[in-house]
Design a protein around this ligand. Structure first.
Ligand SMILES: CC(C)(COP(=O)(O)OP(=O)(O)OC[C@H]1O[C@@H](n2cnc3c(N)ncnc32)[C@H](O)[C@@H]1OP(=O)(O)O)[C@@H](O)C(=O)NCCC(=O)NCCS
Length: 326
C-alpha cells in the first residue's frame, strides 16, 4: 500500500518487509536504552497482533533512509469508533521540527484517508522533541504506560524463594502451574485464546478493545521471542486459567513480559503472581540479568504486583490522541 510522497525535504517511499531492520535500527538509535529487535520488528510487520491494517513509508534524505512514517488500525468492522494509529520518527541527526511535523502530518493524512476519525501516537516522556511536535500537530496526552525493570542479580535469592512460596499457595488451592510445552491437551491453544480474549478486555484503555482472530493469536504465540518451554500457564481442572510469558529478543533488546492474564473467575487468588514469579525465576536461572515489564497506569492489580515483586519504575510512555478532520 502507499505511493511516493514528499514531506518537507524528505522523499517518502512505501516500506517493504526488508525495511523492518532499518526501522528497528532507527528506534534503537533514538532510544538506545530500549533496543528494538530487527527480527521481532519484521515478524510484527508480517503478523500484526490484531490482524489489523498497516501502511508504512521510509523517509529518504538525499536518497538515504533517515525516517519512518506509518499508520494502521484494526479492521474497521471491529471498531466503529475508527481509532487509527500513527507513527513518525527520524534518526537523531535528521531530527528537525519541520521534518518531524511534516512526517507526522503525512501519517495523519494517510490515516484519515484510510477512514480514521481519531489518531493515537506514542512518545516517551523523556522525548521532549517528539512531544513538542505532537503538541504542535494538536495531539494531547490521553494516558500513560508505566514501564518497570527488575534486577535479577541483586534480587536473585529473594525472587527464587518467593517463587517457591507463590507456587505452594496455588498448589494448596488445586491449581497447577506448568509450561505450555509440558501441556498435552489438544485443545490448549483454543483454551488459551479464549482466556486471552476474556482477560485482554479487562485492561484499562481509551481505544476500544477489538477481538483477535484465532489465527492472529496463534501467530502471536509463534513469534520468535517466545518459547513454549518458557510460557507459563495455570490449570484448574480441565481449564486453563492463566498465562504469563517473557519475550526473549533473538537479536538484541531486554527480556520483557510479553503478557499476563488470568480468568475472571480466578482473580485475586495469586494466579498472576505465581505465574509472573515463575517466568522471572526461570529467567534468573537462565542467567538473564534483568527483565522489564509494562502496564497501563490505571491497571491497579498489575501495578500492585509489579511493586510487590520489587520492579523499579522506568520512564513512562505517553499515549497522545487527536481528532482527525472529517
Ligand atoms: C492483572 C491480572 C493478570 C491479575 O491477575 P490475578 O490472578 O487476579 O492476580 P493475583 O491474584 O496474583 O494478584 C492480584 C493482586 O492485585 C491486588 N489487587 C486487585 N485489585 C486491586 C486494586 N483495585 N487495587 C490495588 N490492588 C489490587 C490483589 O489484592 C492482589 O494482591 P495481593 O496478592 O497482594 O492481595 C488480571 O486482573 C487480568 O487478567 N487482568 C486483565 C489483563 C491484564 O490487565 N493483564 C496485565 C497486562 S499488563
Amino acid at each position: 500500500m502507499g505511493s511516493i510522497a514528499v514531506a518537507a525535504d524528505l522523499v517518502l517511499r512505501p516500506a517493504t518487509l526488508d525495511d523492518a531492520a532499518f526501522a528497528a535500527d532507527l528506534w534503537t538509535a533514538i532510544y538506545p536504552d530500549s533496543p528494538e529487535d530487527p527480527v521481532l520488528t519484521r515478524y510484527w510487520w508480517e503478523h500484526p497482533h490484531d490482524d489489523g491494517v498497516w501502511e508504512r513509508h521510509v523517509a529518504l534524505l538525499g536518497g538515504r533512509p533517515v525516517g519512518f512514517a506509518a499508520q494502521g488500525h484494526p479492521r474497521w468492522e471491529d471498531m466503529p469508533e475508527r481509532w487509527g494509529r500513527t507513527q513518525a520518527d527520524l534518526l537523531p541527526e535528521a531530527r528537525t521540527a519541520e521534518r518531524h511535523d511534516a512526517l507526522l502530518a503525512f501519517a495523519e493524512a494517510r490515516s484519515a484517508a484510510d477512514g480514521a476519525r481519531r489518531a493515537t501516537l506514542w512518545a516517551w516522556e523523556t522525548d521532549p522533541f517528539k512531544l513538542a511536535s505532537a503538541q504542535r500537530r494538536g495531539f494531547r496526552e490521553e494516558r500513560r504506560e508505566r514501564f518497570w525493570e527488575l534486577d535479577l542479580v541483586a534480587h536473585r535469592d529473594r525472587l527464587l524463594r518467593e517463587a517457591e512460596a507463590t507456587r505452594a499457595r496455588l498448589r494448596e488451592q488445586g491449581i497447577r502451574i506448568l509450561t505450555l510445552a509440558e501441556d498435552g491437551d489438544p485443545a490448549r491453544y483454543d483454551k488459551l485464546w479464549r482466556l486471552a480474549e476474556e482477560a485482554s478486555r479487562d485492561e484499562p484503555r481509551t481505544v476500544p478493545w477489538t477481538p483477535t482472530p484465532f489465527s492472529a493469536f496463534r501467530s502471536w504465540l509463534r513469534n520468535p521471542g517466545i518459547r513454549e518451554d518458557r510460557a507459563w500457564i495455570a490449570r484448574s481442572g480441565d481449564g486453563i486459567v492463566g498465562i504469563s510469558l517473557l519475550a526473549y529478543p533473538p537479536v538484541r533488546g531486554i527480556v520483557v513480559t510479553e503478557w499476563t492474564g488470568t480468568a475472571r473467575s480466578m482473580r485475586g487468588r495469586g494466579v498472576a503472581r505465581a505465574l509472573k514469579y515463575e517466568t522471572v525465576a526461570q529467567a534468573t536461572l537462565l542467567g538473564v540479568d534483568r527483565v522489564r515489564t509494562d502496564n497501563d497506569f490505571q491497571n491497579k492489580p498489575i501495578l500492585h504486583l509489579n511493586e510487590a515483586m520489587g520492579y523499579e519504575p522506568r520512564p513512562e510512555a505517553i499515549q497522545l490522541v487527536k481528532e482527525l478532520a472529517p
